[in-house]
Design a protein around this ligand. Structure first.
Ligand SMILES: Cc1cc2nc3c(=O)[nH]c(=O)nc-3n(C[C@H](O)[C@H](O)[C@H](O)COP(=O)(O)OP(=O)(O)OC[C@H]3O[C@@H](n4cnc5c(N)ncnc54)[C@H](O)[C@@H]3O)c2cc1C
Length: 651
C-alpha cells in the first residue's frame, strides 16, 4: 500500500470535520487514510451550535430555532435570537454528508479497524491498528488523550447529561423556541438544568444536565428527565430515543500536539469550551484552519488559540462552579438578567470585544468572581497574559520613534541640523523608521500586532498605512493574502506585469495601489504640514517626501524584488521566495528582517522581530522552531500511548 500523507485517526466529529474542510479547499492533492472502528452512521448524538441563519452546515440541520429561553425560579429570559439561530444536526446526518464525499474519493482510503497506538519515530508518524501498522507524514487524531491530560485538574468539572427524545400526550412545547437552561430543578449534585429541543408541540429532546465534579449514571439522568416531564411539564409521554454523555469541562487545556507530527483534534485536542461544554463550533474552527493549511502546504501547523482573557473567564466560571455551585447559579442568573441571550451567546463563542465583555461583567456578583481573578493570576502566569501585547509595544515604539524623528527633522531640531551629513543621515533615519511604520501594517495583515484581536490588528494597520502614505489598508490586506497564496505567479498582485526590470516593476507596483482617496489624503497631509504647521516647503520635501519615497524603494527592493525576482527560489507554491544572505544586524537595518523572506513565507505566524531566530532553517526545523512550547514536552517513548477508553459515552 502506498504511504499516505496523512492519517485521520478517529472519524467522529473532529475527524470528519477535518476531512470536510480539506475537501472544501482549493488544493487537495494529498493522500489520506481514515481509520475508525466503524463508518456506519450513528444517531447517538445531537450536535447543536449557534450562528447566522446560513451558518456552515445549517442546511444539514434537522432543526433551527430563532427563539430561546432561560428559566430561573422567579425569572424567565424569553427572547428572539436576533441575527443568530440555534442549529441542531443529527450525528447520523453529518456522518452521511461527509462520508458521501469521501467514500469514493480517489485520494481517501477508509479502514475499519480498532486503533491501538499512535505515535511517531524517525520515519514519520504511525498508527497501529487491529489490521496492521499504518504510516504517514502526519496524523490528526481524536482517539487518545495527550499523556499530560492525565494530571489532576484543579477544577475537575464534568458536564454529564442524559436525555430522552419523547412524544408527549398533550401539546406542551413551543416548537420555535428551545430551552437553553431551565434551572427550576433540584440543585443537589452541582449546577443542574434541563435542556429542551422541541421539534413540534408534542415532540422534543429533553435532557437533564449537570456541571459537577462527580458524575451520575445515564439511568439517573433519564429518571430525572422523566420526573421533569411528568411533574414540571405535567404530561404523560412515550420515549423515542435516549442519549447521554459525560464530557470534560476542566482546566487541563489539552495541547494541540502530542508530538511534532501528531496533532490532536476534537475533544482530545482541547476543543471543548471549559465553561460551557460546547465543542461543535470550536472543532469546526480548529479543523478548518488545520485542514486548509494542510491542503495548501501539505503540512500541519498549530492554530492560534483563543485570546488568554477567555481562558481566564473560563477558569473563573469553573472555579465558582467547583467551589460554590450556588454562587455559580447567581452568576448565570445575573448574566441572563442583564444581557440579551444573543449577546451571551456571542460572548460564549468568544466573538466579543474586551469593552463588551467588561460591560457584561458590570452587573455580575463581583465578590465571587473577583476573588477568583487574584487566585488565578498566578496560574495564568503574568508573562503569558501580557505576551500578546509585546507586538503592540514594539509597534507603538516604532510609531513614536518615527513621529519624533519626523518632527525633529521638519523643525530642524536634529543634531548638527543644516549640515549635509547630518541632514542626510536624518533623512535616512526617517526613511528607515517610515518603513518600520509600514512593517507594523504588514504585521497587522498577519494578525501579529496583538495576536487574537483581529479588530485591533485591523485598526493598527489602518492607522499605520494612513499615516505612512494615506494608503487604503483593507485593499493592501486583501492583496497581501493573495500574494502569500500565489507568490511570483500571475495571480500575485505584487509580481511584475511582464517586465522584471526593477524600475518598471517598482512603478507598476506603486501605481496599482494608487487611488484618488490616497492622492487626496496625501494632499491634505502635505497642506497640513505646509500651512497648518507652517513648515517651509524645502523641509517638507526633504524630511517628509524624500524619506517616504526612499522607504518605498527599501520595502520594494528588500521585500519584493530581491526575494521574488525570476530565477531559482528556495521553495515552491506559497514558498516561492528566497532570502537575503545577511547577518541579523545587517538584516535589521536592510529592512526589519523583511529580507528573511523565505522564512517569512514559510512562517507568516512569526513577527518581524522573531524572524532572525529562524534564519537559514528549512523543512521540519523551520516548521517547528519558535512554536509555543507544549505544556508537557513528551519524550519519544511517551508519545506512543494506547488509546484511553472513550471519555465520551453515548448510549
Ligand atoms: C450525546 C452528546 C451530545 C453532544 N451535543 C453537543 C452539542 O449539542 N453541541 C456541542 O458543541 N457539542 C456537543 N457534544 C460534544 C462534542 O461535540 C462531541 O462529543 C463530539 O462528538 C466530539 O468530537 P470528537 O471528534 O472529539 O469525538 P467523537 O465524535 O467521539 O469521535 C471519536 C471517533 O474516534 C473513534 N474511536 C475512538 N476510539 C477508537 C479506537 N480505539 N479505534 C478506532 N476508532 C476509535 C470513534 O468511533 C469516533 O468515531 C455532545 C457530545 C455527546 C456525547
Amino acid at each position: 500500500m502506498k504511504r499516505a500523507d496523512l492519517i485521520v485517526a478517529g472519524a467522529g466529529l473532529g475527524g470528519l470535520s477535518f476531512l470536510w474542510h480539506w475537501l472544501e479547499s482549493d488544493n487537495r492533492s494529498q493522500r489520506i487514510t481514515v481509520i475508525d472502528r466503524t463508518f456506519e452512521p450513528r444517531s447517538d448524538r445531537t450536535w447543536c451550535f449557534w450562528g447566522p441563519p446560513t451558518a456552515m452546515f445549517s442546511v444539514t440541520a434537522s432543526h433551527s430555532w430563532h427563539k430561546s429561553e432561560v428559566l430561573f425560579g422567579d425569572f424567565a429570559a424569553r427572547q428572539n435570537l436576533g441575527d443568530l439561530r440555534y442549529h441542531c444536526i443529527q450525528s447520523e446526518d453529518y456522518q452521511r454528508l461527509v462520508l458521501a464525499r469521501i467514500q469514493n474519493h480517489p485520494n481517501v482510503t477508509l479502514i475499519e479497524a480498532s486503533i491501538q497506538e499512535i505515535g511517531e519515530d524517525d520515519d514519520g508518524a504511525f498508527v497501529v491498528s487491529s489490521v496492521g501498522r499504518h504510516r504517514a507524514s502526519w496524523v490528526v487524531q481524536s482517539v487518545q488523550e495527550h499523556p499530560a491530560v492525565g494530571r489532576t485538574a484543579r477544577y475537575p468539572i464534568r458536564q454529564h447529561f442524559g436525555g430522552l427524545e419523547v412524544e408527549t400526550a398533550r401539546p406542551v412545547f413551543t416548537p420555535e423556541r428551545f430551552t437553553m437552561m431551565d434551572f427550576r430543578v433540584p440543585q443537589r449534585n452541582g449546577v443542574t438544568f434541563m435542556y429542551t429541543l422541541p421539534t413540534s408541540e408534542t415532540t422534543a429532546l429533553v435532557e437533564h444536565t449537570v456541571f459537577s465534579p462527580t458524575t451520575m449514571t445515564p439511568e439517573e439522568h433519564f429518571e430525572a428527565t422523566e420526573q421533569y416531564i411528568r411533574e414540571t411539564l405535567d404530561t404523560d409521554f412515550t420515549v423515542l430515543r435516549r442519549e447521554s454523555g459525560d464530557l470534560p469541562m476542566d482546566d487541563t487545556f489539552p495541547p494541540q500536539q502530542s508530538s511534532p507530527r501528531v496533532f490532536n483534534i476534537g475533544i482530545v485536542g482541547g476543543n471543548i469550551k471549559p465553561s460551557t461544554g460546547y465543542a461543535f463550533s470550536r472543532i469546526q474552527r480548529h479543523t478548518r484552519a488545520l485542514a486548509s493549511n494542510f491542503a495548501l502546504t501539505g503540512r500541519l501547523t498549530p492554530v492560534a488559540g483563543s485570546p488568554s482573557r477567555f481562558a481566564l473567564y473560563d477558569l473563573l466560571f469553573l472555579r465558582v462552579m467547583h467551589s460554590k455551585p450556588a454562587h455559580a447559579l447567581m452568576v448565570f442568573e445575573a448574566l441572563f438578567r442583564q444581557n440579551p441571550i444573543e449577546n451571551v451567546m456571542k460572548f460564549l463563542d468568544e466573538r466579543t470585544h474586551l469593552f463588551e465583555e467588561l460591560r457584561m461583567f458590570v452587573g455580575l456578583p463581583k465578590r465571587h468572581l473577583l476573588g477568583g481573578v487574584f487566585a488565578l493570576m498566578g496560574r495564568l502566569r503574568w508573562l503569558r497574559a501580557i505576551q500578546p501585547f509585546r507586538g503592540l509595544g514594539i509597534a507603538a515604539s516604532l510609531f513614536a520613534g518615527w513621529l519624533g524623528v519626523l518632527w525633529m527633522g521638519l523643525h530642524g531640531l536634529h543634531p548638527a541640523a543644516g549640515t549635509v551629513t547630518a541632514d542626510g543621515a536624518w533623512i535616512l533615519l526617517t526613511a528607515f523608521l517610515s518603513s518600520g511604520v509600514f512593517m507594523t501594517a504588514h504585521e497587522a495583515m498577519h494578525g501579529l500586532v496583538v495576536p487574537g484581536f483581529p479588530q485591533t490588528n485591523r485598526w493598527v494597520g489602518r492607522l499605520s498605512t494612513w499615516t505612512y502614505a494615506g494608503l487604503d489598508y483593507d485593499t493592501l490586506e486583501r492583496a497581501h493574502h493573495l500574494h502569500h497564496a500565489h507568490p511570483a505567479t500571475s495571480k500575485d498582485p505584487d509580481y511584475h506585469r511582464g517586465s522584471p526590470n526593477p524600475l518598471r516593476w517598482y512603478w507598476n507596483f506603486m501605481t496599482q495601489y494608487l487611488t484618488w482617496g490616497q492622492v487626496l489624503r496625501m494632499h491634505v497631509l502635505f497642506l497640513a504640514l505646509l500651512y497648518g504647521l507652517s513648515i517651509p516647503l524645502s523641509k517638507v520635501m526633504w524630511f517628509w517626501a524624500v524619506p517616504l519615497v526612499l522607504s518605498t524603494f527599501q520595502l520594494f527592493f528588500v521585500g519584493t524584488w530581491l526575494p521574488h525576482r525570476p530565477g531559482s527560489y528556495r521553495g515552491d507554491g506559497p514558498l516561492k521566495a528566497r532570502s537575503l544572505d545577511l547577518n541579523p544586524i545587517l538584516s535589521f537595518f536592510a529592512c526589519f528582517h523583511f529580507g528573511y523572506h523565505y522564512e517569512h513565507h514559510a512562517r507568516p505566524d512569526l513577527p518581524w522581530w522573531r524572524l532572525w531566530r529562524v534564519r537559514g532553517l528549512d523543512g521540519d526545523a523551520l516548521h517547528h522552531a519558535e512554536r509555543p512550547r507544549l505544556r508537557a514536552i513528551p519524550t519519544l517513548s511517551s508519545l506512543t500511548t494506547t488509546p484511553v477508553a472513550d471519555r465520551v459515552q453515548a448510549s
